[in-house]
Design a protein around this ligand. Structure first.
Ligand SMILES: [Zn+2]
Length: 123
């Protein structure tokens, strides 16, 4: 429960805010204002962390994309990475890895912002 005026953390039984002195009306109205306040904020429950996507793709190419909801792209990216590594004797490994990192971060950021991301969308 928070003060509706200054946002100070309040105890359930507080009658007045300890920080700004604002009267805490009642538990019910505080609860309602908390719910309304939460709805105005971006939905984080469906959001994807760009940092986590970055870390996952750093560990395994395509894993960050998989996490961000681009399952097929993530798997194909991983396959391409393996094939390119064999075909170029490891020369393409690092390049694809870096591209994969940037892509995972940017895609997860878009998903996090609630933007529509196509299955095969890059960056
Ligand atoms: Zn206050």
């Amino acid at each position: 429960m928070k003060c509706h005026k200054c946002g100070n953390q309040l105890f359930v039984n507080d009658q007045y805010c300890s920080q700004c002195g604002e009267r805490v009306k009642s538990n019910v109205s505080s609860l309602e204002s908390t719910v309304i306040h939460d709805e105005s904020q971006p939905q984080t429950s469906k959001g994807k962390s760009p940092i986590l996507a970055l870390i996952l793709s750093a560990l395994v190419v395509g894993l960050g994309q998989l996490y961000a909801g681009q399952g097929l792209k993530g798997i194909v990216l991983f396959g391409v990475w393996i094939l390119a590594t064999i075909a170029t004797a490891g020369m393409a490994t690092f390049v694809i890895w870096i591209i994969n990192l940037i892509d995972a971060y940017r895609i997860a950021k878009k998903v996090n912002q609630g933007k529509h991301v196509d299955e095969w969308e890059f960056f």
